[in-house]
Design a protein around this ligand. Sequence first.
Ligand code: XMP
Length: 495
Amino acid sequence: NGLDAKTLFEGGEGITYNDFILLPGHIDFILDTISLDTNLTRNIKIKRPLVSSPMDTVTESRMAISMALLGGIGIIHYNNTIEDQAKEVRKVKRFENGFITDPVVLSPFHTIMDVDTIKDTYGFSGIPITEDGTLNSKLVGIVTKRDIDFEDNRTKPLSEVMTRQLVTASSGISLSDGNKILKESKKGKLPLIDKQGRLVSLMSRTDLLKNEDFPFSSKDKGKQLLVGAALSTREEDRERLAELATAGVDVVVIDSSQGDTIFQIDMVRYVKKHYPHIDVIGGNVVTAKQCKSLIDAGVDSLRIGMGSGSICITQDTLAVGRAQGSAVYHTAKFSREYANIPVIADGGIAHIGHIVKALSLGASAVMMGGLLAGTTESPGEYFYEGGVRVKKYRGMASHEAMEKGGGKRYLSVEDRIKVAQGVSGTVVDKGSVIHLGQYLMQSLLHSLQELGCKSVHDLHQGLYDGNLRFEMRSPSAQTEGSVHDLYSSKEPHLG
Ligand code: XMP
């Protein structure tokens, strides 16, 4: 009948996700009744246990917006200037699903040539015109392709060509009402204005099909999307923290590869003292003792993993780390018993099945880098490698990323030889992270059902009361459990 987790994980051996399997439970409920609600931190609850990693090839605002819409959260990386990181946070906080909150705006004094330039740069030509050409100024017209198509004189001011009869809506309108007006008016753009007639945002007809509802999205009390940002333990990052706080960040991740340091303890205390409304995720840690140091310092959640990431070479290079299954099991158990602090399994999620395995060992959420890299929303451009469309994905301690500041995570010292703890590579084009995330979560629902668990909470209950049953997999069991003995096969969506 398999083993309970205690028997399996307390034998002194390092166990990875691939080394074990979960045995099925009894199903007496349908898929739709399963809840994936979970705690990201002591105070922040999310509806999907998904977190994107603070890496410069994974999370900027586009990824963070998508993760929050899906019901998870994205952590903006810090391999940038303070201003750039704060700007990315602000973009997430200002985002409104279906509404363009930072539209390109022109004034009546701009010319048709300016519209041509915008069309070349951004690909659209429906532009709202305000009195002084800025957002939050009085809306006076709109210029569309039809207003300028046959104008020979491209230096003509927009005041002479713009449409002044406008269909507008009030800025408090709901997404579905806005969509309805857009459909009925047959216009390309719907400007949203406040009571004084000032332009607040814009809806676009081309977005109509994309304007899905996201019932699980992660939002704060003011209904803005949740977002996190990474900080290093360096003294100068206190200034970074101040800017992130002003930008409205909800949670910060103190990003260190070995979190049990006096530097991190100081930083955790500093954040908790000066910004008590911002939750702190500490880490990375892999042992109970490390967890205790950071919990005593005041963290609200812990990030677990050392050397398990797809681009990591820490275990090979420094001979320090822990197999990820064991790391998650031991840290989650300790943190729950000691202070009821949730843990996030970070790194090594290579397949869909690893997500449920991480949760089954006590993690409340999973953080992913490689699995989310290569999506449309990850930073960077696509290019072709051997005929395959790929994007770059690199470790934050790869030589390449360290040159841009990524070494902060690894206590590396300026102007000394830098020891790489990560590599740089490519991953294949995976399409939109929205579809990928929805696929991952549907798969997780199926996993929980197979296990007979109605929620993440249920899964943890089973883990600790011994009802959840595990078994080690021999190398041939692992071969048997994967695709085998076919002449050829097509990769599923994710492998
Ligand atoms: P995955 O497996 O999701 O792992 O690609 C992402 C996690 O890996 C960590 N990370 C690194 N670890 N050297 C390391 O040893 C690196 O250069 C590096 N860069 C990122 C990090 O925890 C991330 O979330």
